[in-house]
Design a protein around this ligand. Structure first.
Ligand code: HDE
Length: 719
């Protein structure tokens, strides 16, 4: 093994971070440097055992003669196989499938009036981050594009210690109290008798549980919406969900809700596409994240908070401590704090992504908790889970988990301890080691952590506050805020999932006792699709509290969260022998000028001969990179090329599938014949391109993400 003094950090990452060296007094690079101590590069190095002995033969076990029995004495073989036998660690009990990246967070300005946290004070400083995205239900090897919640966990390596913001891509949760979490997870996980389904919630135990637990109504509605099939990890919003506190330099506390808003817009796959991708590219999301970073299309989010003054805690028609509720942005707008950029892929999946250990209890001075009973339970659970997952209480010493700040204390020993503590006194107070390490007073200058001294006086009870009692108003608000196509998708998703539920009484209970209380039309439409009697009235009457509320929140609809441009979008160009090379070149150049990416796809991976006789390299075959891997398709002209494509089932399916998935399709010259052959009608996203105005219309269609108006017509296209 060698500790490399000149580590293989991506050039981009190095320059991004190095640029701030002088501004942050060297602090920012600390994480990169601290990881480097542990990074191993074997280039130019001899193969050795874990004890450092050089190995002369890595091909043969030590034997008695060339054909004889193996010898127990072979410590090299035994060390190698023993290590291999223990290569796997228990996967995370939830959020097992994940992918992660490094980057930085940079505050826009000094927010010390809101929080005394150091990473929110200096706009010249880049705080290193490591972000892990995940699905919840499936195991490590499950598909990326299943219908599920996505985890969005951020570790900030701040100068005052690690801060973990462990959130999801939806702003609410299924349950209100931590004690229900094991029940919920057991219900959503694959069924115990046959371990089916992998990665999804379309099964009896899930719907049995949620139909019996009305507090899940709001979150289940989110998971039946397009938010549960995000287009990419970098086009997802993130939320801290719970109400937290921020404490400023004067010790003043405000309630906050965290929001991550993606630069690439918030958008989703369509259901048929998501299902196909789960088979055609299980790694679709992690591949997109990886490739975007490699190409320099750095995923970016803005971190913001909704701020509620201490004295306004009770002015809303819901309880701020209830994690099944949002604060509509129309009531409390999001205040931007700073931006996060992901600019470096991990070097080793296991060492970094698998071993990273998040915990909502990892906070720094200036951030504090609310009494949300779900959050309170999480504060215990995450450390507990790491102890069995990572083999003991020293998981903070694993390089990816180490803070950049020093972390001396009197904790000692236990499995996998790597620190060699030199002091003789592992207790406090002590005089032998001069009393070190010592406590630090609280306060912005000194930096000791201080809990907000909230006054609490009540009886010890096992009770749910009556202010947590309304389970349907915000589900209704979410449904009412959807565009028409989003409502249709929700109806289709409930119908699909409940259609997979074998027990009819569970289907009926969800329709009559949950959906009917959210929206009667929703319940009736789903009932019709399931062949159930339609409910005629809700079972629960909404009661007005007379407090702050809204009927609609347009910012909940993804129709209002589109990106500003088409940067980083991917366009397939379909070619065959005889293609018009000028049309290919013009479109490629135009897309690249917009920051989008074009890939040329042929009937096979072999180059094609263009109309002008040149050889045109293709990036992949159409089968190799199917239409589900792209945002849009362009079909250039060229008589022979169009004739070939018209007789090629893969090519015809390519165009039809892109059409069915409501993607922008442009065609030029002779390609009109192929569109006519498929009997597709031109629309805002299916257009002939020839001049700059039509190119612009094509790009607008891509920026709009999907041609929703086409959806009813596209239903007639076979899947
Ligand atoms: Fe988690 N959750 N959770 N969770 N959670 C875990 O911790 C838990 C909850 C979330 O990429 C586990 O390290 C309880 C809400 C993410 O490594 C475990 C409760 C939210 C991740 C755990 C919740 C989350 C986890 C499993 C109810 C959104 C993946 C492995 C009180 C705000 C982090 C681990 C990563 C992981 C417990 C509810 C998000 C078992 C008890 C609400 C993103 O400790």
């Amino acid at each position: 093994m060698s500790n490399n003094t000149n580590p293989p950090v991506s050039p981009n990452a190095k320059s991004e971070l190095a640029g701030t060296d002088t501004l942050d007094r060297g602090n920012t690079n600390a994480k990169v440097e601290s990881l480097e101590t542990f990074r191993s590069d074997a280039t130019g190095e001899a193969l050795r055992t874990n004890q450092g002995v050089k190995i002369s033969d890595n091909q043969n076990t030590l034997k008695v003669g060339a054909r004889g029995p193996s010898l127990l004495e072979d410590f090299i073989m035994r060390e190698k196989i023993t290590h291999f036998d223990h290569e796997r660690i228990p996967e995370r009990i939830v959020h097992a499938r994940g992918t992660a990246a490094h980057g930085y967070f940079q505050t826009y300005e000094n927010h010390s009036a809101l929080s005394k946290a150091e990473f929110l004070r200096d706009p010249g400083k880049k705080t290193p981050v490591f972000v892990r995205f995940s699905t919840v239900q499936g195991p490590r090897g499950s598909g990326d594009t299943v219908r599920d919640v996505r985890g969005f966990a951020v570790k900030f390596y701040t100068g005052e210690g690690n801060y973990d913001l462990v959130g999801n891509n939806m702003p609410v949760f299924f349950i209100q109290d931590a004690i229900k979490f094991p029940d919920f997870v057991h219900a959503v996980k694959p069924e115990p008798h046959n371990e089916i389904p992998t990665g999804g919630s379309a099964h009896d135990t899930f719907w049995d549980f949620v139909s019996l637990v009305p507090e899940s109504a709001h979150m289940v509605l989110w998971t039946m919406s397009d938010r549960a099939i995000p287009k990419s990890l970098r086009s997802m919003q993130g939320f801290g969900i719970h109400t937290f506190r921020m404490i400023n330099t004067e010790g003043k506390s405000s309630f906050v809700k965290f929001h991550w808003k993606p630069k690439y817009g918030t958008c989703s796959l369509v259901w048929d596409e998501a299902q196909k991708l789960a088979g055609k590219d299980t790694d679709f999301h992690r591949r997109d994240l990886w490739e975007s970073i490699e190409m320099g299309d750095y995923p970016e989010w803005e971190l913001g908070v909704q701020i509620v003054a201490e004295e306004d805690e009770h002015k809303f028609d819901f309880d701020l401590l209830d994690p099944t509720k949002i604060i509509p942005e129309e009531l409390v707008p999001v205040t931007p704090l700073g931006k996060m950029v992901l600019n470096r892929n991990p070097d080793n999946y296991f060492a970094e992504t698998e071993q990273v250990a998040f915990c909502p209890g990892h906070v720094v001075p200036g951030i504090d908790f609310s009494n949300d009973p779900l959050l309170q339970g999480r504060l215990f659970s995450y450390t507990d889970t790491q102890i069995s997952r990572l083999g003991g209480p020293n998981f903070h010493e694993i390089p990816i988990n180490r803070p950049v700040s020093p972390n001396h204390n009197n904790q000692r020993d236990a499995q996998h301890r790597t620190t060699i503590d030199k002091g003789r006194a592992s207790y406090e107070p002590n005089s032998i080691d001069g009393g070190w390490p010592k406590e630090t007073p609280a306060g912005p200058q000194d930096g000791g952590f201080e809990t907000y001294p909230e006054r609490v006086e009540a009886h010890k009870v096992r009770e749910r506050s009556p202010s947590f009692g309304d389970h349907f108003s915000q589900a209704t608000l979410f449904f009412n805020s959807m565009s028409e196509h989003e409502k249709e998708h929700i109806i289709a998703a409930y119908s699909f999932e409940l259609g997979k539920v074998e027990r009819e009484y569970i289907r009926a209970r969800q329709v009559n006792e949950i959906l009917a209380n959210i929206d009667l039309t929703l319940a009736q439409r789903v009932a019709a699709n399931l062949g159930l009697p339609a409910p005629s009235a809700p079972t629960v009457q909404a009661q007005s509290t007379g407090k702050l509320t809204v009927d609609k929140s347009p910012l909940l609809s993804q129709a209002n969260l589109l990106p500003a441009d088409i940067a980083s979008r991917k366009v397939a160009i379909l070619v065959a022998n005889g293609v018009d090379d000028k049309a290919v070149a013009t479109m490629k150049a135009a897309l690249e000028a917009e920051g989008a990416h074009a890939k040329v796809l042929g009937p096979t991976s072999a180059p094609v001969k263009t109309a002008s006789g040149a050889s045109l390299a293709v990036d992949a075959s159409m089968e190799g990179l199917p239409s589900v891997a792209f945002d849009a398709v362009f079909i250039p002209g060229g008589d022979a090329s169009i004739q070939a494509l018209s007789g090629d089932g893969v090519a015809l399916h390519y165009v039809l599938e892109a059409y069915k998935h409501l993607k922008a399709i442009a065609y030029a010259g002779d390609a009109q014949k192929l569109i006519d052959l498929l009997r597709l009608e031109a629309d805002a996203g299916l257009l002939a391109v020839s001049d700059s105005a039509s190119f612009k219309a094509f790009f607008t269609a891509i920026q709009q993400h999907r041609v929703w108006a086409r959806e009813p017509k596209a239903k007639a296209i076979p899947a």
